[in-house]
Design a protein around this ligand. Structure first.
Ligand SMILES: N[C@@H](CCC(=O)N[C@@H](CS)C(=O)NCC(=O)O)C(=O)O
Length: 337
């Protein structure tokens, strides 16, 4: 009897260890909308447009998810969060997913109990200065007052960088990006530091954007991507494969204007991606045409990048290393099969 009980207890434990509860997708479906944590307003990444509609590269991730789940990219409520607020909000269940220019670090997973799903933007930390100062390198920033946002990776990276280069630093830490821009424009700091993509976005909000330059130095790795809570493998997989779907769609030439041809394609890779072969969507808990829904809603990765932040957009960021691996970049998504 004891042996049987011990076997049963062991089996229960083993089951608990392998099967994480799949509650997020169900609660999103029951609620009828997704709760998506974004920044408070960072042009190109997540900001309300003139009509109040949230748009941007980070916003597209949540619209893509809503398209995959509901076939409707508008079934999302956006929850604007500062850097300090974002991880507690996710941990406490106030949002289902965080899509807010967040850097994947060890501590944010191991200590905070979160999981980064995939990297959808390879960034790095840089500095923005007034062009008139004629600074050409971050190594000339000795004795600078440096504005940084609280709760970001930039806080510690800046200290390390100045110490490593024997430069004196006066760190001015502020709660929001609006405070950062104001302090800088009021002359309370000589430079703003954060991920380069965000420097481009902040510059657009300044009185005279052309008076400020982003220095060429990139002093850290800032791999950005959507984040979920630990303990729900089904949800983790769906968010992860939404990103991979967008990247794979670009790689296979599946775009807004080629969707009709893609669903008729006889190429096995395209058939698996768009769901005319296999049941890959169902394996993730959504419909088999989920990639078609995503591309219809926001386009593939390249379309979302170019529309929101790319070279021809207001931000004017070149694709750089965020180009597909097959085009000289480092974007590489596992295959649908
Ligand atoms: N990637 C870095 C920085 C993220 C971050 O919060 N950057 C600020 C730079 S200004 C930002 O996006 N602020 C926008 C906001 O708070 O709405 C991190 O994960 O810590």
């Amino acid at each position: 009897m004891k042996t049987i009980l011990a076997i049963l207890a062991g089996a229960t434990l083993a089951l608990a260890a392998t099967a994480a509860p799949a509650q997020t997708l169900k609660s999103v479906k029951d609620r009828g909308e997704l709760l998506c944590g974004v920044s408070k307003g960072l042009q190109g990444f997540s900001a309300p447009d003139a009509s109040g509609k949230w748009t941007g590269f980070d916003v597209d991730v949540c619209r893509a998810l809503a398209a995959a789940i509901f076939n409707d990219p508008n079934k999302v409520s956006f929850v604007p969060l500062t850097a300090d607020e974002r991880f507690p909000a996710l941990k406490d269940g106030k949002i289902d997913v965080l899509s807010r220019n967040s850097t994947w670090t060890l501590e944010r997973e191991a200590k905070l109990g979160l999981l980064f799903t995939a990297i959808n933007y390879y960034d790095g930390q840089g500095f923005l200065v007034r062009d008139a100062r004629k600074v050409t390198s971050a190594l000339e920033l000795d004795k600078s007052k440096v504005c940084v946002q609280a709760g970001t990776t930039a806080e510690s990276t800046t200290k390390d960088y100045f110490a490593a280069n024997s430069m004196a630093l006066e760190l001015v830490t502020l709660p929001t990006s609006g405070d950062l821009v104001k302090a800088y424009e009021d002359g309370k700091c000589d430079t703003i530091t954060t991920d380069v993509s965000q420097l481009y976005a902040l510059r657009l909000t300044m009185a005279k954007p052309a008076d400020h330059i982003v220095l060429p130095d990139v002093i850290s790795k800032e791999p950005l991507g959507p984040v979920v809570r630990q303990g729900d493998d089904q949800w983790f997989n769906l968010v992860k494969w939404t990103i991979f779907a967008m990247i794979n769609a670009e790689e296979l030439g599946v775009a807004t204007n080629t969707l009709d041809a893609a669903v008729k394609s006889q190429k096995p890779e395209v058939k698996r991606l768009v769901g005319t072969e296999g049941n890959y969507g169902e394996q993730l808990g959504v419909s088999n045409d989920f990639v078609v829904r995503i591309v219809k809603a926001v386009g593939n990765y390249g379309e979302s990048f170019e529309r929101n932040v790319g070279a021809a957009s207001k931000l004017g960021i070149p694709r750089g290393i965020n180009q597909l691996w097959s085009m000289g970049g480092i974007l590489y998504a596992p295959p649908v099969r």
